[in-house]
Ligand binder design. Structure first.
Ligand SMILES: Cc1cc2nc3c(=O)[nH]c(=O)nc-3n(C[C@H](O)[C@H](O)[C@H](O)COP(=O)(O)O)c2cc1C
Length: 188
């Protein structure tokens, strides 16, 4: 009888602790990091707005030597981006430990991700992370750039769970922030 009572009690305790096992994180409880590079401030508006909306941590990738944007830079940086090259960046924490979900943002350069964000991706380990690449662009087609960024992140172990892009050519900063707030709803 004593043994039956003990067995019963033990199975009750086991049942209770199983019920307390935490669920895998849903979007609301996910710890989210937002990493971005922005040369002229557009991707930064999206990144800052999104981080505020989602309560995410924000990490900025910066050039060692901030370039002057002129036609020569556009051509050389554009070609470098097409080749998938990396650019020197300031020291930045590349560890993604402790995060379930990572947004990675960049301007489109030459139909590709920017060279400084390539450097961050190359240095980070995305294993086990849900990743959402996002881009801003002067034109209206980021499909190729998003695909390239997604492939690079997948090579580093990440799982792409979404993506989005905004055209900044004609949008005011307020419009850009408003569109970002709207998009953030999808990732709550
Ligand atoms: C070097 C360079 C190359 C660019 N190449 C493209 C391009 O191929 N397609 C496009 O739509 N916009 C292109 N743009 C425009 C940027 O993607 C756009 O202005 C973006 O919103 C800038 O983001 P940022 O302010 O965060 O740097 C390029 C800009 C630079 C500086």
């Amino acid at each position: 009888m004593k043994r039956i009572v003990i067995t019963l009690l033990l199975s009750l305790v086991a049942g209770a602790s199983a019920a307390q096992t935490p669920e895998p994180p849903g979007a609301k409880t996910m710890k989210t990091l937002l990493v971005y590079y922005s040369l002229t401030g557009k991707t930064e508006i999206v990144a800052q707005t999104l981080a505020r909306e989602l309560g995410a941590d924000l990490r900025r990738v910066e050039d060692v030597n901030p370039p002057t944007v002129n036609w020569w830079f556009m051509v050389t940086a554009g070609f470098a981006a097409v080749r998938g090259a990396e650019a020197p960046i300031k020291p930045v924490d590349t560890s993604l430990q402790g995060y379930d979900r990572v947004f990675v943002g960049s301007p489109v350069w030459g139909g590709s991700p920017s060279t400084p964000i390539n450097t961050f991706i190359a240095r980070a380990d995305f294993s086990g992370k849900a990743v959402i690449p996002f881009m801003t662009m002067g034109g209206d087609d980021a499909a190729g750039a998003l695909r390239k960024m997604g492939e690079r992140i997948e090579k580093k172990g990440g799982k792409i769970v979404g993506s989005f892009a905004f055209s900044t050519g004609k949008a005011t900063n307020e419009e850009l922030a408003a569109r970002t707030r709207e998009t953030a709803q999808r990732y709550r």
